[in-house]
Write a protein that binds this ligand. Structure first.
Ligand code: ATP
Ligand code: MG
Length: 585
């Protein structure tokens, strides 16, 4: 991590350290999610930023559940958020619930009333909205604005005691109905809501509004720097007003940064919850989801996600990051970490007609072939003639990751992509009459294509040349293509789940509250389930174990669907392919 690099937030903090604004305490940040859904990769950006900033200055970072809204919150979400933050590799200094501060917040509201800075209003929500004014016209004063502090206190206590119905009264800050910033036009700071709260149950029937609660939560925890996303920039004057009105000493400083948006996905809990509720995905941890639970199940690593967050940096300007860059970070992290395995997709049977029926020893025992990781196999050819040649990111630096012995026999499976009956120019893999190398093994030549009645291929009858065994020192003919294979006698059928993007098009994910352009559509082809043939060692794959499937991509044994029993079903998720369409700018 390039933690040494300063961003504009660090510059602000260093300013405050120099001026002695928080002379008596260490730098303190917080990650304050509302427990109304699972965290997504956008939250990962905020998590990394808050935790690494605190670490950089030898300070601390809290995890705080911003649970001031009783109806949308749930303990399931609380648990998932804790798990996700830990998975990303961070440990909080303190774990807090904003709802634990309700009493303190209530006392502060009474204090504002006593100071003549808040009043109880009988106007309805619509009336308040209707008298708010516009960007060019001031709002109208509420007829209840001049109630005395004594009357306000009596009414506010009545609100707390449940004497009024939802919406009958609110508490408003008394600021300025002509303020150019509409957030300062006597904003509502308490409302009545007679609903059960996941933490406080039926104890409260008045709840603080976000803009009032948030500065107090930060101040109570002695946060020094309150990092939040740009949409709160216009709310900062109110944040500051609340603490100033209470004469809070050394109040926290709010600093805004741009939200992360990613192409081909959605970046809002509300929008993601809608997909879950509609059954459009297989829950919050569906591997297509941009949730942290989803990318964990998909096989992304915390290291890759942290590197991604570090690389995209923080800025004030909103922008949309190409999802290909996230995939690039995952590939970079995995390339020197995971073992190689041979897996054949869309299998075609190859029969080596001149290979001894009972194995080379004649005793029925299988020949074992040493497989190594051959990073020189870079795409072989232009893959059947598509216009753009994709880059293979297969330059692994740890050859041991590929070393193992695999069985070889007279019948093999090869990849559907590695045979063409009528090949285009520059196709160097198998076709009738052509010779290729079987990776780590022998040269074979395709002599005959045997078909089923429906015209599909039943098998390829090939001959092999015993003199060409890999590592034998054979220096004769050269072949242009090398293909991988799996021994048919011991092949393990596995289920492979290939994922495409969640959303079609390059949508910016909807942004905050669905802003930001037309709604991108769900990609209907985002899941493709296949049966493939793997070398037998994959029968030991444990749930959560990652591999490179040679020439295909990185895969993880699905944590939910993979059986722990060696003979149980093995289900693998595509983490990311080997080919990258993303280019370093
Ligand atoms: P959502 O709309 O997805 O629910 P939110 O902002 O309402 O997002 P919170 O639970 O309030 O979600 O967010 C917790 C913290 O994470 C906040 O400080 C918020 O600013 C930050 N955050 C949320 N989404 C993003 C994002 N896309 N990029 C960066 N930070 C984000
Ligand atoms: Mg929110």
């Amino acid at each position: 991590m390039t933690q040494e690099q300063n961003n504009f937030i660090h510059n602000f903090i260093e300013e405050d350290l120099e001026s002695g604004r928080y002379a008596d305490r260490a730098i303190c940040t917080r990650f304050p999610p509302e427990p109304n859904g699972y965290l997504h990769i956008g939250h990962a950006k905020a998590i990394c930023l808050n935790f690494t900033t605190a670490r950089k200055y030898g300070g601390k970072c809290n995890l705080r559940f911003d649970d001031t809204n009783p109806v949308k919150e749930d303990t399931e979400y609380v648990e998932s958020i804790e798990e996700d933050v830990r998975w990303l590799g961070f440990e909080w200094a303190g774990l807090y619930f904003a709802s634990d501060y309700f009493e303190k917040m209530y006392e502060c509201a009474e204090e504002l009333i006593r100071r003549g800075k808040a009043f109880v209003d009988d106007l309805s929500a619509e009336e308040i909205k209707g008298t708010r004014g516009t960007l060019t016209e001031p709002g109208a004063l509420s007829p209840y604005r001049d109630r005395s502090p004594e009357e306000n206190l009596r009414l506010f206590r009545g609100m707390r005691e449940g004497e009024y119905a939802d919406g009958e009264k609110v508490l408003r800050a008394k600021i300025d109905m002509a303020a150019p910033n509409i957030n300062l036009r006597d904003p509502v700071i308490y409302r009545i809501s007679k609903s059960e709260h996941h933490n406080t149950g039926g104890k409260w029937c008045v709840y603080p509004m976000y803009d009032y609660a948030h500065p107090l939560e930060d101040a109570i925890e002695e946060i020094t720097h309150s990092l939040c996303t740009m949409e709160f920039e216009d709310h900062r004057p109110l944040y500051d007003w609340v603490l100033e009105a209470l004469e809070w000493p050394a109040p926290p400083r709010q600093i805004e940064f741009a939200r992360l948006n990613l192409t081909h996905t959605l970046m809002s809990k509300r929008a993601l919850k809608a997909l879950v509720d509609a059954g459009a995905v297989d829950g919050w941890d569906d591997p297509r989801m941009p949730t942290i639970a989803g990318i964990r199940r998909r096989g992304y690593t915390p290291e890759a996600v942290r590197a991604f967050c570090e690389e995209i940096g923080v800025a004030k300007a909103n922008s949309t990051v190409d999802i290909g860059f996230l995939e690039h970070c995952v590939r970079e992290d995995l390339k020197d970490k995971v073992l190689s395995r041979n897996v054949v997709f869309d299998p075609i049977k190859v029969v080596l007609t001149n290979y001894p029926e009972n194995g080379p020893g004649g005793d029925g025992s299988e020949e074992m072939i040493m497989n190594t990781l051959d990073s020189r196999i870079r795409g072989n050819d232009s893959a059947g003639g598509g216009p753009e040649e994709m880059i293979m990111e297969n330059s692994r630096e740890v050859p041991e990751l590929g070393e193992r012995r695999v069985p070889f026999s007279r019948e093999l499976w090869i990849d559907g992509e590695d045979f063409m009956e009528e090949p285009p120019k520059k196709y160097f893999r198998l076709y009738p009459g052509n010779e290729v190398r079987l990776k780590g093994a022998y040269f074979i030549t395709c002599e005959e294509v045997v078909k089923n009645a429906d015209g599909s291929i039943r098998e390829l009858r090939c001959t092999y040349d015993p003199a060409t065994r890999s590592g034998s020192g054979f220096e004769g003919r050269k072949v242009k293509g090398t293909i991988h294979w799996v021994d048919a006698a011991t092949a393990l059928p596995i289920t492979v789940r290939e994922y495409g993007y969640l959303m079609d098009g390059g949508g910016d994910g909807g942004g905050e509250d669905g802003e930001g352009g037309g709604a991108p559509a769900l990609n209907k082809d985002s899941l493709c389930v296949k049966t493939c043939y793997a070398e037998p060692s994959l029968s030991d794959a444990r749930p959560g174990e990652r591999f490179q499937f040679f020439r295909h991509g990185y895969y993880i044994a699905d944590g939910k669907l993979t059986s722990v029993a060696p003979d149980g079903e093995k289900v693998f998720n595509l983490i990311v392919g080997l080919k990258s369409s993303w280019k370093i700018k």
